[in-house]
Design a protein around this ligand. Structure first.
Ligand code: IPD
Length: 274
């Protein structure tokens, strides 16, 4: 960081919360009835972006950088800005775009603040709001995770999980055909060993679901930082272990579970070939 003063994590969360709610309101307002038109495609013909994704990202970037002009910005839709403060905002303006297009009520704004200094890079604040339902989750590093109930923040602690054979596992599939063929084969090997698999369609919401016990475990390959940053912090601060192939989670693998399940579950994930 160029400054020796570390940013206050609660203040970063407060900013993420304010801006995230405004972005969610914009997305709700701008969503037409029925199926939403696709504006462009990205990694493959089924990886879509709409004008509302872009408008949401513009709002989040403009509002955050107006409040903290020296910070950097990394957004899913590519409106990146290099900063000088050591704080970068990692943002998915609509996580669950396919659900948004079809009107399935599981799509979210995901906003995280990531600090880089001499000791490395870490997400220090994260906020996720389900745009359709209004449910909100947030976390600060080493400070806890919450869901909002009106103005009240209710602390989150991931509940004790069931045995692996009764675990409900969230997952997702990449937009690139070769990657999803691999994922589908691994998921088919996983399925007989667990209660069931859910493909909700928003990684940020999956990770918040894990934090509050709506899922017992999670696995996905090909997640980008904006899919993972805020929800990953919410899950970790609620006591969930979030790991990757050989250390921190990354594009290659994200697997997550309560510590009481993690050893056995992570072994199973590897055995299944994820
Ligand atoms: C996607 C969602 C989905 C996950 C994909 C992501 P997007 O994000 O999080 O659940 O399976 O890997 O790309 O494209 O809707 O922002």
């Amino acid at each position: 960081m160029s400054s020796s003063v570390l940013p206050d994590r609660e203040q970063l969360l407060t900013l993420a919360h304010e801006v995230g709610l405004d972005a969610a309101a914009l997305v709700r307002r701008e969503r037409p009835e029925g199926r939403v038109a696709v504006a462009a495609t990205k990694s493959s013909p089924i990886d879509v972006v709409t004008e509302v994704d872009r408008a949401s990202e513009d709002l989040v970037r403009d509002r955050i950088l107006a409040a903290r002009p020296d910070d950097g910005f990394v957004g899913e839709e590519g409106a990146d800005v290099a900063g000088t403060s050591g704080v970068d905002w990692v943002v998915d303006p609509i996580d669950g775009t396919v659900n948004f297009v079809y009107g399935i009520p599981a799509y979210a704004v995901s906003i995280a603040a990531r600090v880089t200094d001499a000791t490395g890079e870490r997400v220090v604040a994260g906020f996720v709001v389900n745009i359709a339902s209004g449910e909100r989750w947030g976390a600060v590093l080493d400070g806890g995770a919450w869901r909002w109930d009106g103005d009240r923040r209710v602390p989150l602690r991931a509940p004790e999980p069931p045995p692996l054979s009764q675990a409900l596992v969230g997952t997702g599939f990449n937009y690139v055909r070769e990657v999803r063929e691999h994922q589908a084969a691994a998921a088919a090997r996983l399925l007989p060993h667990v209660r069931d698999i859910r493909r909700i369609g928003s990684a940020a919401l999956d990770l918040c679901a894990l934090a509050e016990g709506r899922l017992d475990a999670y696995v996905e390959q090909g997640l980008h930082p904006w899919d993972l940053a805020a929800g990953g912090l919410v899950a970790r601060e609620a006591g969930v272990l979030v790991e990757g192939l050989d250390g921190p989670p990354d594009l290659r693998l994200v697997m997550a579970a309560h510590p009481a399940l993690a050893g056995e579950y992570f072994d199973l994930v590897r055995t299944c070939g994820f």
